[in-house]
Design a protein around this ligand. Structure first.
Ligand SMILES: Cc1ncc(COP(=O)(O)O)c(C=O)c1O
Length: 390
C-alpha cells in the first residue's frame, strides 16, 4: 500500500484490502481472512477463482503458446467465433482485449457504415447515465458528465437521450445518425434495465434511419442475466446489429469481442481495424472452456438470481431506506436513500465483497457458481449492516 501511494498514478480509490488468492467463490487477503466474493472483480470472475477446468487449460496452453499476434492463424479463434455466432444470432466476430476496446471498434464500425452512405452520417446516439469505457471514443458516448468533464472536447456527434424515454429517442434519430449504443441493463449507472418498448423503438428507428444498433453487453451479458446476452431476455428477441462484450468471457484473462451481422461487418474492410494482443490463443482457449461450462450453469444462474432477488426484496420490505431492488439474473442492484459506501466497508469487515455505484446503489455481481448457502450468507451480512443504518 505504501509503495502504491508513492509510485502509482493516484486514479483509484481502492478499498483497504490486499488480496492474495481465491478459491471457488471466496477470496483471501494476505492475512488469510476469507471473503465471499459478490463483486467478482467487477463481473469478471464468473466461475469464481481457481476453477479446476480453467486452471488446467491455462496451464496447458501457457506451456504451448500464450500469444501469436493476428499475423497468423491459431487453433482457437475460429471455433470461438463460431460459438459466439451461434450464441448471438449474428454472423461475424472481432476479438480484442477489453470492453472499452470492443466499444471503440463498434463505434468505428458505425462511423464507417455511416460514412459509406454520407459524410454527414456520423452521429452516435447514446443514453444518459450510461457507461461505455474510458478511451476518448467510449467516453464520448458515456452519458455521465463526471467521467467526461475533464476531457472535453470529446468526439463530436454524440447525442444523449434519457433511458426509456421513447419520445426523446424518436426526436434524437435523424438521417445523420450512424449508430446507437445501449446497455440493456445499465451497470455503472446503477443497474437500470431498459424497457422492452424502448429497445423495440430503438430497433425500429435504427432500421428506419439505416443506423447500426449496438448492444454493449460488457457488464450485462455473457450469461449474467440468465441468458447468453441481455437482449435475448425479451420475446420476441430484439436483435442488435452489433454486440460488444468482454469481462467474464475468459475468466480473468483479458478478452473482448464484437459480434456483428453482415450489414455491420461490411463496413470494415481489410486494414481498417486491428490489434496486437486481441484474441490470443490463451484467451480464446480459456473462453471456449468457459462457454462449455456456462451452458451447464445457465439454469443455476436463473435459479440463484431469482432466489437472491427475492431475498433482497425481503430485506427491502424490512428497511424503509431501501428504495428499490433492480436487475436480472446475477446482476442485481439495491438502491438506498442513504450513501452505500460505509455499508460496503462494514460488510467487507464481515467477510462480504460487493461495491457501490452511483453513491447509493449497492451492486452485486456474484459468480455464476454461487450457491443458495452463499446467497444466505450474503443476505445475513447485509441484514446485519442494514440494521445499523440510522
Ligand atoms: C457496459 C460497459 N461497457 C464498457 C466497459 C469498459 O470495459 P473495460 O473496463 O473492460 O474496458 C464497462 C466496464 O465496466 C462496462 O460496464
Amino acid at each position: 500500500m505504501d509503495l502504491e501511494r508513492d509510485y502509482l498514478l493516484q486514479n483509484y480509490a481502492r478499498y483497504p484490502l490486499v488480496l492474495a488468492r481465491g478459491k471457488g467463490n471466496y477470496v483471501y487477503d494476505i492475512e488469510g481472512r476469507r471473503y465471499l466474493d459478490f463483486i467478482t472483480g467487477i463481473g469478471v470472475n464468473a466461475l469464481g477463482h481457481a476453477h479446476p477446468r480453467i486452471v488446467k487449460v491455462i496451464r496447458d496452453q501457457a506451456a504451448q503458446m500464450v500469444h501469436s499476434s493476428n499475423l497468423y492463424y491459431h487453433q482457437y479463434q475460429g471455433p470461438l467465433a463460431k460459438r459466439l455466432v451461434e450464441m448471438s444470432g449474428l454472423t461475424r466476430v472481432f476479438f480484442c482485449n477489453t470492453g472499452t476496446e470492443s466499444v471503440e471498434g463498434a463505434l468505428k464500425m458505425a462511423k464507417a457504415h455511416g460514412r459509406a452512405i454520407s459524410p454527414e452520417k456520423s452521429e452516435i446516439i447514446s443514453l444518459e447515465n450510461s457507461f461505455h469505457g474510458r478511451s476518448i471514443g467510449a467516453l464520448s458516448v458515456t452519458g455521465q458528465p463526471k467521467y467526461r468533464a475533464d476531457f472535453e472536447p470529446l468526439m463530436p456527434g454524440a447525442r444523449f437521450v434519457p433511458a426509456n424515454d421513447v419520445a426523446a429517442l424518436e426526436a434524437a434519430f435523424t438521417d445523420r445518425t450512424a449508430g446507437m449504443i445501449v446497455e440493456l441493463i445499465q451497470g455503472e449507472g446503477g443497474i437500470y434495465p431498459l424497457t422492452h418498448e424502448f429497445a423495440a423503438k430503438a430497433r425500429e428507428l435504427a432500421d428506419r434511419h439505416n443506423a447500426l444498433l449496438i448492444a454493449d453487453e460488457t457488464q450485462c451479458g455473457v450469461g449474467r442475466p440468465g441468458t447468453y446476452f441481455a437482449y435475448q431476455r425479451s420475446a420476441p428477441v430484439i436483435l442488435p446489429d452489433v454486440v460488444v462484450a468482454a469481462k467474464p468471457v475468459a475468466c480473468g484473462i483479458p478478452l473482448g469481442f464484437i459480434i456483428t451481422n453482415d450489414k455491420a461487418a461490411a463496413a470494415i474492410k481489410p486494414g481498417m481495424h486491428g490489434t496486437t494482443f486481441g484474441g490470443g490463443p490463451l484467451a480464446c482457449r480459456v473462453a471456449l472452456e468457459f462457454l462449455d461450462i456456462l451452458d451447464g450453469l445457465m439454469p443455476e444462474i436463473q435459479k440463484m438470481g431469482g432466489y437472491f432477488h427475492v431475498e433482497l426484496n425481503e430485506l427491502a420490505r424490512k428497511h424503509s431506506f431501501v428504495k428499490e431492488v433492480r436487475g436480472f439474473g446475477l446482476m442485481l442492484g439495491v438502491e438506498l436513500t442513504v450513501p452505500g459506501k460505509q455499508i460496503v466497508l462494514d460488510a467487507m469487515k464481515d467477510g462480504l465483497l460487493m461495491n457501490c455505484t452511483h453513491d447509493t446503489v449497492l451492486r452485486f455481481l456474484p459468480p455464476y457458481t454461487v450457491t443458495e448457502k452463499e446467497v444466505d450468507q450474503a443476505v445475513k451480512v447485509l441484514g446485519k449492516q442494514f440494521a445499523k443504518v440510522k
